[in-house]
Structures are given as structure tokens and as C-alpha cells.
Design a protein around this ligand. Structure first.
Ligand SMILES: O=c1ccn([C@@H]2O[C@@H]3COP(=O)(O)O[C@H]3[C@H]2O)c(=O)[nH]1
Ligand SMILES: [Zn+2]
Ligand SMILES: [Zn+2]
Length: 250
């Protein structure tokens, strides 16, 4: 079973030379999008992938750099792809707030029969910390992690062996004990704030405190436009490169 991840974007919320951080998991039978930020539809256009070629979208939290492209995806499926609905994987906490506080403004249209998230997406509510089968050889698990204290936010385990942080504060406990020791993840995609204090994201300095054997598994993502100033200064960690396709071991 072949599994690949293609980084659709590797930039922070405010980056202008990189798209918002988002990834495409490509398994033999499924294309699963992790997050769909404001710039994600443009990135999909670059790689010649149409919205109707995406089998599902999993949402980590509702900042615009992670969900700002959902309205375009849904409207294009509706008006350009014969009312096709894509699967939307999220927790109940995210589902409630995503519609009421983010999408309803542009998408509520009772005259045409569009009242809720379910009118646009095939909504699949998933429990926290319960692996869900997406397709043959592909499972995901959403685990609650700390980003903005008042907002629900999740990181992902893919097939239990790949960790994708989305947006999190640095947590040595999570990375050393859960991700590395307990789950023995071979590949880690982690957000990285390159400079300044990390109030809501992991900073490069914090990630550099991790042991070498964990750093070696880390691809840095969600970085700012000055990323090139930090090439060679990331210890044993690599920068994920936009649009690169990474083969994931079994
Ligand atoms: O309490 C807050 C709320 C937001 N912000 C900024 O807005 C951005 C929103 O997307 P993000 O989560 O990728 O990154 C966030 C930060 O850059 C912040 O610094 N502190
Ligand atoms: Zn973000
Ligand atoms: Zn965020």
C-alpha cells in the first residue's frame, strides 16, 4: 500500500511567499486534504487537482489559514461539479463553530435550501482519540492539542505512525512521550515559528531542545517568509518544501 504526503502549502497564516500550511495525503485509493486554508484552492490549481478529485477534508481548527478555502471548495463542487459533496471529517466541537462562526455568513441561503454544513458537505463527525478508517490502508485520529486556549484544536495521527501537528504550542511531553516513545512515529510534521516567543505555536528554539533521534523525524512547516535565513540552523530537522511529495514508510 503506497502512502504519500504532498505539502500544498508550508507557510504561516501571514506568509506571502508560501501558501497556508495544508497537506494532501495520497493513498492508493484516496486523496485526503488536511485543512483547507484561504490559499489551498490556489495550491490545488497549481498541481492541477480539481475539487472533485478530493475525497475528503479533515479540519484541525477554524483559523482562516486552515479553513478559509472551504467556502470556495463547497461552492465549486456545487456549481461546477454537479452538486457533488466531499466528505468533511471533524469533531462535533469544530462542526458547531465552523458553520455558525465561519461559514454561515457566506453560505446560509434558505431560499435555495442551504441551511447547514450538511447541505454542502458529507459531514463525518469523528470522536477525539478514536482512529477512523478513511480508506484501505489509511486511518486518521484527531487528538486535542493546545493552540489557543479557548478554541478546540487538534493534531493528527495518520496510520498511528505519522504525526501532523497542525497548530500547537510546544509540548515536550506530547512529542517525547506520546509521539516518539508510545506511538513510535517515524515521521513528524510540526509547525514552527522561526523567531520570537511562541505563545501559540512551537518555536524553532523549543523544537531544537528535542533529542537528536526525534529531530531526525521532523519536517518543519507553517513557517514565515524569512525561512531561507534559517537554512542550516534547524539542527537535525528539515524544512518541508511546498508541493514536494514525501513517500511515507508503512
Ligand atoms: O492569540 C492569537 C491569535 C492569533 N495570532 C496570530 O494570528 C494567526 C492565526 O493563524 P495561526 O494560528 O496560524 O497563527 C496565528 C498568529 O500568527 C496570535 O499571534 N495570537
Ligand atoms: Zn495556522
Ligand atoms: Zn491556528
Amino acid at each position: 500500500m503506497s502512502l504519500q504526503i504532498q505539502m500544498l502549502g508550508t507557510g504561516s497564516a501571514f506568509a506571502k511567499t508560501f501558501y497556508n500550511t495544508s497537506a494532501l495525503i495520497r493513498s492508493t485509493e484516496r486523496n485526503l486534504l488536511i485543512d483547507c486554508g484561504s490559499t489551498t484552492p490556489r495550491s490545488l490549481y497549481d498541481i492541477q487537482l480539481q475539487p472533485d478529485q478530493i475525497d475528503g477534508i479533515v479540519i484541525s481548527h477554524i483559523h482562516a489559514d486552515h479553513v478559509g478555502g472551504l467556502e470556495e471548495m463547497a461552492f465549486r463542487l456545487l456549481y461546477e461539479s454537479n452538486q457533488k459533496k466531499t466528505k468533511l471529517y471533524l469533531t462535533q466541537a469544530i462542526a458547531d463553530t465552523l458553520w455558525e462562526n465561519t461559514l454561515k455568513g457566506g453560505m446560509y441561503n434558505p431560499e435555495e435550501g442551504y441551511h447547514s454544513l450538511e447541505d454542502y458537505f458529507d459531514v463525518i463527525v469523528i470522536e477525539e482519540q478514536v482512529p477512523v478508517v478513511i480508506g484501505p490502508g489509511l486511518t486518521i485520529e484527531l487528538v486535542p492539542t493546545l493552540h489557543i486556549s479557548c478554541k478546540p484544536s487538534y493534531s493528527l495521527f495518520i496510520n498511528d505512525r505519522i504525526f501532523y501537528s497542525a497548530d500547537v504550542r510546544f509540548s515536550e511531553e506530547l512529542l517525547v512521550y506520546e509521539v516518539a516513545a508510545k506511538r513510535n512515529c517515524h515521521t513528524i510534521f510540526h509547525d514552527c515559528q522561526l523567531s520570537g516567543q511562541g505563545f501559540i505555536h512551537a518555536t524553532l528554539d523549543e523544537l531544537l531542545t528535542l533529542p537528536e533521534h526525534i529531530q531526525q523525524r521532523i519536517y518543519l512547516m507553517h513557517y514565515a517568509d524569512n525561512m531561507s535565513d534559517f537554512i542550516g540552523k534547524t539542527g537535525h530537522m528539515r524544512f518541508a518544501v511546498q508541493h514536494e511529495i514525501i513517500d511515507l514508510p508503512e
